[in-house]
Write a protein that binds this ligand. Structure first.
Ligand SMILES: NCc1[nH]cc(CCC(=O)O)c1CC(=O)O
Length: 311
């Protein structure tokens, strides 16, 4: 397809980390390809997010996922950028109402990769696991209560370097991120059926103001329906659970082409308690993920419940 060139280059806002820049380049390439535009039709506008600036404390303690999008959100509203590209895993469940997720790119590998040991059971007794993600910590402690979790923030390269210098013995990273950075030989992927991913892991989304019909039209050409359906359902689950960045939530969406199946588990942060359930439904059914959330919370002991605000 060839669409007339936009009157001026479109501004695509992105975080500045190497992974974010790689994802922004992928988004630009897909958009330009879909419309037969030269790459110069889309200009990348990098911003330093608060989440990247503040590295010494866990994200959950300093403002949560909003710190990844705060600056880009402000620029979308002021018109400084036309759209913004995000790792959907890092985007808060409730977004400013004037925004729309206009495109979700084809989802990449959803698995976590274990770095520093060949499998969960091969990790030496008492070893230190570097992660600041409540889900990764809870899954790990559930499987291996003998291990110790140490806080481990920073971008992918920083975390791999921290492992090298011995700040932890093993760590967990998203396969999608490693792949996009070209770090494909690193670590051992964990089966997504045994080690459930984070909601929206591996998905790149593009947001714009919902009033911008021109942008929405262009972006619809690169929206991947199966990926968007899965992300919509996983985010609906997250919303109904009332999960925040302290809440250990894991979810795997599978599809047979017509029906989505969400398999979700919630944990206490120490991994001692775990509740799992699943639900199958037609892709755009908005009630089904909430029903699943409701059942999970009803079955959850207090040690899990207190980390969720859903009902
Ligand atoms: N939390 C940071 C973050 N946000 C998205 C990714 C990877 C890419 C993705 O999951 O889409 C990562 C790194 C990681 O978890 O290893």
């Amino acid at each position: 397809m060839t669409s007339p060139l936009p009157e001026r280059p479109l501004k695509l806002g992105t975080r500045r980390s190497p992974l974010a820049m790689a994802q922004a380049c992928e988004a630009r390439a897909r958009l330009c390809n879909a419309h037969g535009w030269p790459e110069s039709a889309v200009e990348l506008v990098p911003v330093t997010a608060s989440g990247d600036r503040i590295q010494d404390r866990p994200l959950a303690d300093i403002g949560g996922k909003a710190l990844w999008t705060k600056e880009l959100d402000a620029w979308l509203i002021s018109g400084e950028i036309d759209f913004a590209v995000h790792s959907m895993k890092d985007v808060e469940t409730v977004r400013p109402e004037q925004f729309i997720i206009a495109a979700v790119l084809p989802r990449a590998d959803v698995r976590d990769v274990l770095v520093g040991a060949a499998s969960i059971h091969a990790i030496p007794p008492g070893a230190r696991v570097g992660t600041s993600a409540p889900r990764r910590a809870a899954l790990m402690l559930h499987a291996r209560p003998d291990l110790t979790i140490v806080g481990f923030r920073g971008n992918v390269a920083t975390r791999l370097a921290k492992l090298q210098t011995g700040e932890a013995d093993v760590t967990l990273l998203a396969a999608a991120g490693l792949e996009r950075l070209g770090e494909t030989g690193v670590g051992h992927p964990l089966s997504e059926h045994e080690w459930l991913p984070a909601p929206a892991q591996g998905a790149i989304g593009i947001e714009c103001l919902s009033s911008r019909d021109d942008l929405r039209h262009w972006l619809s050409a690169i929206d991947d329906t199966p990926s968007h359906d899965a992300i919509r359902a996983e985010r609906a689950l997250l919303l109904a659970l009332g999960g925040n960045c302290h809440s250990p939530i894991a979810v795997l969406t599978t599809t047979d082409g017509t029906t989505l199946t969400l398999r979700a588990a919630i944990y206490s942060p120490d991994g001692a308690e775990r509740v799992e359930d699943s639900e199958s439904f037609a892709p755009r059914n908005a009630d089904a993920p909430a029903r699943l959330a409701h059942r999970l919370l009803e079955a959850a002991p207090e040690a899990i419940r207190v980390h969720f605000s859903g009902t």
